[in-house]
Design a protein around this ligand. Structure first.
Ligand SMILES: NC(=O)c1ccc[n+]([C@@H]2O[C@H](COP(=O)([O-])OP(=O)(O)OC[C@H]3O[C@@H](n4cnc5c(N)ncnc54)[C@H](OP(=O)(O)O)[C@@H]3O)[C@@H](O)[C@H]2O)c1
Length: 188
């Protein structure tokens, strides 16, 4: 199998497994990390079979989303896996949700502009979807793409982390659904 695939957050838990699997299957991989000087992450990726010939590393930060463009250029598929768990101050974004949503939009635009990307795959979270009715009065009978987690309701066992996760993934998934007519978006 030939072709170029971009994996954002290529050194993360899911990202590194993807990079490993893509290299094993013969793809040329463009993986992004925030710091190419981080030997623990770079070393891991470079140790994968096929990395020497087919792995290219790029520095890109969600808070500077235009940095992803270079890694996306020429790729047929983009896995957008990178996500900040904690907010970094000093940028124009007020919180991690704003930063992650802005980056997802910029990355989607770069995919459209590239002229080569056939599909953008976004890893969401189970907390973005829920069968809970919007007014919290019970559960819907069926679960489908209209079942977004109602974030205005306080549910048991939630916390700040899950709220942020839910807000980011829900808004990114909804945005991606809106642009689905572009025909290359898939969320998992
Ligand atoms: N793990 C699961 O079981 C699971 C299940 C469902 C959904 N997901 C979703 O899948 C995605 C990845 O999960 P994961 O478990 O692989 O997470 P992870 O191991 O924490 O990896 C996250 C990646 O995001 C990158 N990152 C963090 N902040 C960044 C920033 N400011 N700019 C650029 N990159 C940044 C990190 O890159 P650096 O190398 O530069 O630090 C890291 O590679 C998340 O959206 C998560 O919600 C995960």
């Amino acid at each position: 199998m030939e072709g170029k695939v971009c994996v954002t957050g290529g050194a993360g838990y899911i990202g590194s497994a993807l990079v490993h699997s893509l290299l094993q299957n013969g793809y040329i991989v463009h993986a992004t990390l925030r710091n190419l000087g981080d030997e623990s992450k770079v070393g891991l990726l470079k140790s994968f079979p096929g990395a020497e010939e087919r792995l290219h590393l790029f520095e890109a930060n969600i808070y500077k989303p235009q940095e992803f463009e270079k890694a996306i250029q020429g790729c047929a598929f983009v896995f957008h896996v990178a996500t900040p768990m904690f907010h970094t101050t000093g940028y124009k974004y007020n919180d991690v949700v704003e930063a992650a949503i802005s980056a997802a939009k910029t990355i989607a635009d770069a995919c459209i502009r590239s002229g080569t990307v056939k599909r953008l795959i976004y890893t969401s979270s189970v907390v973005a979807a829920s069968p809970l009715k919007y007014d919290g009065s019970g559960y819907k009978i069926t679960l489908d793409e209209s079942c977004w987690t109602p974030l205005h309701i306080n549910v048991p066992f939630t916390n700040d982390f899950l709220q942020v996760l839910g807000r980011t993934r829900k808004r990114n998934q909804m945005g991606i659904q809106e642009t689905r007519r572009q025909r290359f978006f898939l969320q998992i």
